[in-house]
Design a binder for this molecule. Structure first.
Ligand SMILES: [Zn+2]
Length: 341
């Protein structure tokens, strides 16, 4: 049922534009995360050489919260100074609460998350952080030595515009400008394996009509399958990156960002109320999405009744606790299967 409902939504050009841009960001992420993983491990090794290893001592009790972090031990104080010395925005907002300082000496990704926007706390690997988080890392960490960081910032700006478009629509003019900015960004990263090729596929996505009959997919037990003879290049993309997965991830990110903003602020502005109302109406009007986002609707309902505290925060925390537990189970299962075979 999900696919026909999605196809119906895709009859709206502006909604289709919104999703195409989201798909390009996913494609960018698919090539960037491996590269950033390797680079961050090297950067972490480099930083570690400046700080004496903590040896066999137990992990310290230092914890960061939100934009605040006051080191409680000399190791964390040295790491903080070192991280800041490589931060391009050291006088601006830094979300120390993204990371666990006691893990800085041993876990490279805990260091990386200091260069990212809020909402990264539960992520342990680059693959879990979305495209904008990785782009922020590239923009904020001078280890990456990017010649023209404005190209990175332009795509971050585009992504924020996508996430703030509560009716989930962007114009064709916007999409065209986005395509050019994406092309410029990729030209800064031609050394990233596979990215140039991925950029060509992105241009195909942006230029294709995405007509229902051209999608080259049909619904078989909810699994899209490529049909023969039509839009083979598009079909290749879709079998790897499914449109409805992209759609769900985009909506999920939109709700998560709105939630983080509201929880951090501790109150609801008029603008928040409008956003909540629009997202809630959109989900309610689409049955397939209403089922998938049942918990989020509960949270949005709670907000729209201006019943923010304490229920809203509790629901939000529980939702992410469950998500984290699910991720742990997947990793555990993968480990067990790996051990058996
Ligand atoms: Zn410490």
């Amino acid at each position: 049922m999900a696919l026909p409902a999605l196809l119906a939504r895709l009859t709206c050009r502006e909604y289709k534009n919104w999703m195409k841009a989201g798909m390009c960001l996913e494609m960018l992420h698919s090539r960037l995360h491996g590269y950033i993983d390797r680079e961050m491990q090297m950067f972490h090794r480099l930083l570690s050489q400046h700080i004496p290893a903590p040896g066999q001592r137990r992990r310290c009790q230092c914890r960061a919260r939100g934009k605040q972090f006051e080191p409680g031990c000399s190791v964390c104080a040295q790491w903080k100074e070192l991280i800041l010395s490589h931060h391009n925005n050291r006088n601006g907002e830094i979300y120390w609460g993204n990371s666990d300082p006691s893990m800085w000496p041993t876990h490279y990704w805990e260091v990386a998350k200091v260069y990212m926007p809020r909402g990264q706390t539960q992520y342990r690997r680059p693959k879990q952080s979305d495209a904008t988080a990785l782009l922020n890392l590239l923009n904020n960490c001078n280890y990456f030595n990017i010649q023209n960081t404005s190209r990175v910032r332009e795509i971050i700006k585009c992504r924020n515009e996508l996430m703030h478009s509560c009716n989930m629509k962007v114009s064709s003019t916007w999409l065209e400008a986005f395509g050019k900015k994406m092309h410029d960004l990729i030209s800064e990263f031609t050394h990233v394996p596979g990215l140039v090729k991925e950029g060509e596929k992105m241009q195909e996505v942006l230029l294709s009509d995405w007509k229902v009959e051209d999608l080259g997919i049909c619904d078989v037990d909810g699994i899209p399958k490529a049909q023969s003879g039509i839009e083979l290049q598009s079909a290749t993309i879709y079998t790897r990156l499914l449109p409805y997965d992209v759609e769900r991830r985009m909506i999920e990110q939109m709700i998560q960002e709105l939630s983080l903003e509201i929880v951090e602020r501790g109150s609801l502005t008029k603008e928040d109320e409008d956003k909540v109302c629009k997202i809630r109406n959109f989900l309610s009007q689409n049955e397939d999405l209403r089922i998938v986002f049942q918990e989020d609707l509960q949270w949005l309902d709670c907000l729209s009744k201006n019943n923010f505290a304490p229920n809203a925060e509790r629901i939000f925390t529980e939702k992410f606790a469950r998500y984290f537990l699910f991720c742990l189970m997947v990793i555990l299962a993968a480990f067990i299967v790996g051990e058996i075979y």
